[in-house]
Write a protein that binds this ligand. Structure first.
Ligand SMILES: Cc1ncc(COP(=O)(O)O)c(C=O)c1O
Length: 430
């Protein structure tokens, strides 16, 4: 790191974990070029967001074109043409062509806006007291006081009093609460959601909020088949909305446009996107609202729309996202799917070797859980071989591992580099 910044480093408040601090002087695609001459492969797509790699010319040309037109113009000031273009492209890309969309500036805010919209909708539909939002004990929905209070990530919100009486409401369908090692599960763990709603009284509950596939909290756990469908049925029977937090999983991270696409009958009422949409080029979040319920937001009895912010629907942000969609939609889908499957197969082959305790995941998103005490040594060994991985926290203090989530645009050679480095790192600790 350049000398003039060394003394400033402690004043920049970021992660409290001792994460690596690459002094990156350039980046291209999935590669980081460091000032000491090292090249590091970004095995976790930054914070699982750099989904189309860095330095995309498609993204640059979209931003450049918009820059020469206008650099500000929110929906309340001028006709938001570029934002509407983004809305249409995005909705088609994820197979929800008639949804209404709120565009905001990050994942946390998208979750907050989704909560506001869900409460508005639920109250118009079912009575004014419907305000509760129920989440699982293994979940992360953002860094604001409200989203930290609601979710079940103990590392990020260790104190019970900071849950503000909200807190997680039901156990996630994953170990240790639910072990589906034999995959013979009948998804009855979804009944925990029914119990949570019924114990509050359905009339008090606006929505159930969940990650259809877990991200950095849990480490890419995949729910048993039938779980999401059953949760949707339970909620529908009780007049409760289903909110999917696809901040991390949305836009092909798990191999399909949305993670919920892996199962029939799992479509949510509201879907929240962020990381894959901006792909690290811009701060953005989007809330998609299904057409069955979106009209209720403008109902005469509805509360005001909680969806406008100064920088929301910013034209440069929308232009960058259009460039990201250009990249994603030009991928060779078959080759992409095959690469994800090959990566998963390789990782599952590591289970039982040295530090590797378990592997789960889908597409280009995997959690490689390690035995206690071996996370940082494994990260170090991987880094020594030129690959960076971001860590995840699991269900308990002794559950942790690496998120293996390379950019979706990685080539076969890139994936070979990652798997060779990881395999050697595992061997070094065996
Ligand atoms: C599932 C999930 N929801 C919400 C968020 C919050 O998004 P942001 O960091 O953009 O505020 C994250 C971030 O990691 C996430 O993984």
């Amino acid at each position: 790191m350049a000398d003039q910044y060394l003394s400033s480093r402690r004043r920049l408040l970021t992660s409290s974990r001792p994460l690596p601090d690459f002094d990156v002087v350039a980046a291209s695609g999935p590669w980081l070029h460091c000032s000491d001459g090292r090249q590091v492969f970004d095995g976790s797509s930054g914070l699982i967001c750099v989904n189309v790699g860095q330095g995309s010319t498609a993204v640059f040309s979209r931003i450049e074109k918009q820059f020469s037109r206008a650099t500000f113009g929110g929906a309340a000031v001028v006709q938001p043409h570029v934002q509407m273009e983004l809305m249409d492209r995005l909705c088609h890309a994820v197979g929800r062509p008639n949804d209404s969309v709120a565009l905001v500036t990050c994942g946390t805010l998208a979750v907050e806006v989704a909560i506001g919209l869900a409460r508005n909708i639920a109250r118009v539909r079912g009575g004014t007291q419907r305000g509760d939002i129920l989440t699982s004990n293994l979940s992360y929905h953002g860094m604001s006081a409200l989203t930290l209070a609601l979710a079940g990530n103990h590392a990020r919100r260790p104190r019970l009093e900071d849950a503000l009486g909200l807190g997680p409401a039901f156990p996630a369908p994953y170990p240790p609460a639910h072990d589906h090692a034999d995959r013979a599960c009948d998804a009855s763990c979804a009944d925990e959601v029914a119990k949570a709603i019924d114990s509050r009284g359905a009339d008090n509950v606006a929505a159930v909020l969940l990650e259809p596939v877990s991200g950095t909290t849990g480490g890419a756990h995949v729910p048993p088949d039938g779980y999401l469908r059953r949760v949707s049925e339970i909620c529908r029977e009780r007049g409760v909305l289903v909110l999917h937090d696809e901040v991390l999983t949305g836009l092909w991270r798990t191999g399909t446009p949305l993670a919920s696409n892996h199962w029939d009958g799992a479509e949510p009422d509201l879907c929240i996107l962020s990381k894959g949409l901006g792909a690290g080029y811009t701060a953005v979040g989007a809330v998609l609202v299904s057409p069955d319920i979106a009209p209720l937001i403008r109902h005469q009895d509805a509360d005001p729309l909680p969806a406008m912010g100064t920088m929301a629907t910013h034209p440069l942000q929308a232009a960058a996202c259009l460039g990201v969609l250009d990249e994603l939609e030009s991928m060779d889908r078959d080759a992409f799917t095959a690469r994800g499957e090959r990566l998963g197969e390789f990782l599952r082959g590591l289970v039982g070797l040295g530090p590797v305790r378990d592997v789960r995941g889908l597409g280009h998103l995997y959690g490689l859980e390690v035995w206690p005490g071996l996370l940082w040594p494994l990260m170090k060994e991987a880094e020594r071989r030129g690959v960076f991985f971001y860590p995840f926290t699991g269900a308990g203090p002794r559950s942790e591992g690496l998120v293996v989530a390379p950019p979706l645009t990685s080539t076969d050679e890139d994936i070979d580099f990652l798997t060779t480095a990881l395999s050697d790192a595992v061997t070094a600790l065996s």
